[in-house]
Write a protein that binds this ligand. Structure first.
Ligand code: NDP
Length: 452
C-alpha cells in the first residue's frame, strides 16, 4: 500500500522534533509533523528553558548580597520583571525559529494545526485534510493538572507563570514536586512573598530523604514559607486575590495561587481509544521497550507515555525509535540511572538510587558530608551543601550519588558518567581531588557515616 509519508509525527516538542529530523535527515524517510501550538513544546516554550532563565534571574539577589559582603559597593533596585519578560519572550521566539528551521532543513513537512488519528495509518488535521503514513509517532507531551475542586480555575499553573503582566506581591504554591519547589525558589528569589503547601510529610517525594531534608531547610531559611502536611480545601475570589482555606485551619488571601500538582499525558481527543491503542490509568499511551503501542503502526515517545518525564529522555526515546523503525536496528531505551537536576535554591543533582531505595535491595554503606561552602561562608551566609554516595556493601559499586549545592546540576552530569559505568567507591577514591572545590568531597569521603 502506498502512503503519503513514511512517518507522521504528532507533536513538535523536543522528542517529536528530534525523531522527525533524524528520520528525515539521517534515515532518508519522508516525514511530516503536526503541531497545534508553538514548536519546541513544553521544554522550550513553557518549561525547562524559560524556567532556567527565571532561575538565573532569581539568583542575582543573593549574589548582590554576597558581592557586598566581599567588599563590592553595589546598589540594588529589585528585578524589572517587564524587562526580563520581554527578553525572555524574544529568546523563546528565537528558539522556536531554530526548531522550525531545523525541521525545514531536514526536509520535514510541517502542519501548524491539531491532528488526530482516523485509523492506524491515517492522520486527520484540524482543517479536515487526511494524510496517510506507514508509521505514526505520538509525541504530544503532557499538561499541568489542577486538583478537582470548586473554583480551581482561580489558580494558575506553570503554563501561565511566564506570562504574568507583573510579579504578584504574594503567591501560594500548591504541591511538593519538581515544579512546585523550583517555582517557590524562583519567585522567592525575585522578591515575591512565597507560601507553599505540600500535603505530605516532606517535599520531593521519591528523592533521597537526607537531600530532601536539606533542601526544605534551606528553602525555609531563604524565606519560603513552607507548610508540610497542609493542603488547600477551598478557594474563592477576594479583594486583592484569592482567599484560600487550608487543612491547617487557616484562611488567607494570596494575590495568586499556583497549582503544581502534577501533569497528565495529552491523549484526549486523539482518536486513540477507537483504534484499540491501550492507555494506562492516567491516560498515558502504553508502549513496549521500543516505544511501540498496542497498535503496531503507532508509536509514542516522551511525556505522553509517562515513563520518565524528562526532555533528554524523550529525545533518547525519539532516537531509539528511529534506529528501531528506520534503520533496522531494534534499540530499547535505557531508563536506568538517568541523572536529573532539580533547580531549587540550592540545586539538587541526583543519579541512581536514594539511600532508602538502595537499602531495600541489600546491605549498603552511606558516605555523606554536609558543610558550609567557602564562597558563601565567607560572605556570612549559613547555607550548607550536601554530598552523598550510596554504596553497595557487596560489590562496592556506587548505587546513588546525591548532591545539594549551587551548581549541583552541572556536577551530577559528570558524576553520572562514573555511576552509569558502574564505578566502585574505591575507584571514586582513586580519583585525585580538584582543590579547592565543593565537589572534591565526592572523592575524599573516607569512612561511611552508617552501614544499613
Ligand atoms: P510531580 O508529580 O513531581 O509533583 C506533583 C506534586 O503535587 C506532588 O507533590 C503531589 O503530592 C502533589 N499533588 C498531586 N495531586 C495533588 C492534589 N490533588 N492536591 C495537593 N497536592 C497534590 O509533578 P510536577 O508537576 O512537579 O512535575 C511533573 C514532572 O515534570 C516531574 O515529575 C518531572 O518528571 C518533570 N519535571 C522535571 C524538571 C527537571 O528536570 N528539573 C522540572 C519540572 C518538571 P504527593 O507527593 O503527595 O503525590
Amino acid at each position: 500500500m502506498d502512503f503519503d509519508y513514511d512517518l507522521f509525527v504528532i507533536g513538535g516538542g523536543s522528542g517529536g522534533v528530534r525523531a522527525a529530523r533524524v528520520a528525515a535527515g539521517g534515515a532518508g524517510a519522508k516525514v511530516a509533523l503536526a503541531e497545534e501550538s508553538r514548536y519546541g513544546g513544553t521544554c522550550v516554550i513553557r518549561g525547562c528553558v524559560p524556567k532556567k532563565l527565571m532561575v538565573f534571574a532569581s539568583e542575582f539577589a543573593p549574589m548582590v548580597e554576597d558581592g557586598r559582603a566581599y567588599g563590592w559597593d553595589i546598589r540594588e533596585n529589585g528585578l524589572d520583571w517587564g524587562q526580563f519578560r520581554g527578553k525572555l519572550e524574544a529568546e523563546l521566539d528565537r528558539l522556536e525559529g531554530v526548531y522550525r528551521k531545523l525541521l525545514a532543513g531536514s526536509g520535514v513537512e510541517t502542519f501548524d494545526q491539531r491532528a488526530r488519528l482516523a485509523d492506524p495509518h491515517t492522520v486527520e488535521l484540524a482543517d479536515g485534510t487526511r494524510k496517510t503514513a506507514r508509521h505514526i509517532l505520538l509525541a504530544t507531551g503532557g499538561r499541568p493538572l489542577r486538583p478537582e475542586m470548586e473554583n480551581a480555575a482561580l489558580g494558575i499553573t506553570s503554563d501561565d507563570i511566564f506570562h504574568l503582566d507583573r510579579l504578584p506581591r504574594s503567591i501560594l504554591i500548591v504541591g511538593g514536586g519538581y515544579i512546585a519547589c523550583e517555582f517557590a525558589c524562583i519567585l522567592n528569589g525575585m522578591g515575591v512573598e512565597v507560601t507553599q503547601y505540600y500535603r505530605g510529610a516532606q517535599i520531593l517525594r521519591g528523592f533521597d530523604d537526607e537531600a530532601r531534608g536539606l533542601i526544605s531547610e534551606e528553602m525555609r531559611q531563604n524565606g519560603v514559607d513552607l507548610h508540610i502536611g497542609t493542603n488547600i480545601i477551598g478557594m474563592e475570589e477576594a479583594d486583592g486575590g484569592v482567599r484560600v482555606k487550608a487543612t491547617n485551619g487557616t484562611e488567607r488571601v494570596f494575590e495568586k495561587v499556583m497549582f503544581a500538582t502534577g501533569r497528565v499525558p495529552n491523549t484526549d481527543d486523539l482518536g486513540l481509544s477507537g483504534l484499540g491503542v491501550d492507555l494506562g490509568r492516567r491516560g498515558e499511551v502504553l508502549v513496549d521497550a521500543y516505544s511501540q503501542s498496542s497498535v503496531p503502526s503507532i508509536y509514542a515517545i516522551g511525556d505522553v507515555t509517562d515513563r520518565l518525564n524528562l526532555t533528554p529522555v524523550a529525545i533518547r526515546e525519539g532516537m531509539a525509535f528511529v534506529e528501531t523503525v528506520f534503520r533496522g536496528n531494534p534499540t530499547p531505551v535505557d531508563h536506568d540511572r538517568v541523572a536529573t537536576a532539580i533547580f531549587t535554591q540550592p540545586e539538587m543533582g541526583t543519579v541512581g538510587l536514594s539511600e532508602e531505595a538502595a537499602a531495600e535491595q541489600g546491605p549498603i554503606e552511606v558516605y555523606c558530608t554536609s558543610f558550609r561552602p567557602m564562597r558563601t561562608a565567607f560572605a556570612g551566609r549559613p547555607d550548607r551543601v550536601l554530598m552523598k554516595l550510596v554504596v553497595c556493601a557487596d560489590t562496592r559499586r556506587v548505587l546513588g550519588c546525591h548532591i545539594v549545592a549551587p551548581g549541583a546540576g552541572e556536577m551530577i552530569q559528570l558524576a553520572a558518567v562514573a555511576v552509569k559505568l558502574g564505578a566502585t567507591k574505591e575507584q571514586f577514591d582513586q580519583t585525585v581531588a580538584v582543590h579547592p572545590t565543593v565537589s572534591e568531597e565526592l572523592v575524599t569521603m573516607r569512612d561511611p557515616v552508617r552501614k544499613v
